[in-house]
Design a protein around this ligand. Structure first.
Ligand code: DGT
Ligand code: CA
Ligand code: CA
Length: 366
């Protein structure tokens, strides 16, 4: 039975988030910039939308050079707002986690996932899951992504790269070796310029040539660990599992409201089950939280948050629910647009066990 591994990567992520906030940007070249502050122009491009890329703009390019390439093209030059992209990323990962069996985020805009169990190892079924992931991302965040599906991480990552932007590429197990064979070795995950030129010196240019090379020669040149990885990657049999993050730092749940509203009671009623779900996760991992946050995504897709931090960690459902309701009331009073989605987050997690053992210690000491 083959594993079914996916890789998802958001398209031109920071720039696309800016387009969602201001849809008029979609018709213009957009560059999201990190200003170093030395002069008005110094700094680099973090990312650019595909219109700007069409004029030769790339990540890490000096802002002055990017502006030169976009002269007369009415470019939008936007300052990078990392916190904003982090918030969007956290929501996406949370949604994604519920749609797959295992999720391993590997960066702000990408993750590996495993759907072997839920698809019964059926790539056709898994493809439908991927289509619905793309639809919900578009519906909830108005963002597009690229997804690759294969029997290993290397294949999934390659497939998502090749389907960019906006695509979905499924590499079925029986077609994997033919898919990989003609590609240059530099396309393999973990193969940089150094490895590429070392392989080139051995007469290995394509992944197919790598797969047919003598394992002893490859391991002799690269060591048994990396050499072994290279040989496995070349046939799409790299064994690394999808590993979900180990220690959670927060739990959250977010729901799309049946109808846009800014009535706190209506919002609270619809997130109530979600609060119980979050509380259940705290209980099953023996955590208490210091901070409870109410989140509202408004109709213009901006995000507003209100938080309360307690002096001692809390794990009582009634306290969390009461706090959430108060926070939604505060949010309802301050926002200027209706809520489209509402969520609850608990953070500042601490092990409840530690507190028990501490209080037991105090008791036995006293
Ligand atoms: P894509 O995936 O090719 O459609 O485009 P991006 O922009 O999503 O590229 P990706 O996935 O490599 O990177 C995700 C985000 O990370 C990107 O939106 C901005 C940021 N980023 C990427 N490369 C750089 C860089 O060289 N410098 C800085 N400051 N940020 C970067
Ligand atoms: Ca990306
Ligand atoms: Ca990425």
């Amino acid at each position: 039975m083959s594993r079914v591994v996916g890789h998802l990567d958001l398209d031109y992520f920071y720039a696309q988030v800016e387009e969602v906030e201001d849809p008029s940007l979609r018709q213009r070249p957009v560059i999201v910039c990190v200003f170093s502050g030395r002069t008005d122009e110094s700094g680099v491009v973090s990312t650019a939308n595909y219109i700007a890329r069409g004029f030769g703009v790339r990540s890490a390019m000096p802002i002055s050079l990017a502006k030169k390439k976009l002269e007369g093209k009415n470019p939008a030059v936007i300052r990078m707002d990392h916190e904003k992209y982090e918030a969007v990323s956290a929501r996406i990962m949370e949604d994604l986690e519920r749609q797959v069996d295992l999720l391993e985020p590997t960066g702000i805009d990408e993750a590996f996932f495993d759907v072997t169990a839920s698809s019964g190892s059926d790539f056709g079924k898994a493809k439908i899951t991927c289509e619905s992931i793309k639809e919900s991302l578009l519906r909830n965040e108005r963002l597009t992504c690229s997804i690759g599906l294969g029997r290993s991480k290397v294949v999934a990552k390659l497939a998502s790269d090749m389907s960019k932007p906006g695509g979905l590429l499924v590499v079925a197990p029986e077609t994997t070796e033919n898919f990989l064979a003609p590609l240059p070795v530099s396309k393999l995950y973990g193969v940089g310029p150094k490895t590429t030129s070392a392989l080139d010196e051995m007469g290995v240019k394509t992944v197919g040539e790598l797969a047919r090379a003598a394992p002893a020669a490859i391991e002799g040149r690269f060591g048994s660990k990396f050499g072994g990885y290279l040989m496995a990657a070349a046939t799409g049999t790299d064994p690394d599992p999808v590993l979900p993050g180990l220690e959670p730092t927060q739990f959250s749940r977010i729901v799309t409201l049946k109808q846009d509203t800014r009535d706190p009671m209506a919002a609270y009623a619809q997130i109530s089950d979600g609060i119980e779900h979050v509380h259940g996760k705290m209980m099953s991992s023996a955590k208490s939280c210091r901070t409870v946050s109410a989140i509202a995504v408004l109709t213009d897709l901006s995000t507003k948050t209100k938080s309360r931090t307690f002096e001692t960690p809390v794990d009582d459902l009634a306290i969390i629910k009461e706090t959430a309701l108060l926070l939604f009331e505060e949010l309802g009073r301050t926002v200027e647009k209706d809520f489209r989605r509402v969520g609850l987050r608990v953070s500042g997690l601490e092990n409840t066990e530690d507190q028990t053992s501490l209080s037991e210690y105090v008791r036995s000491a006293g």
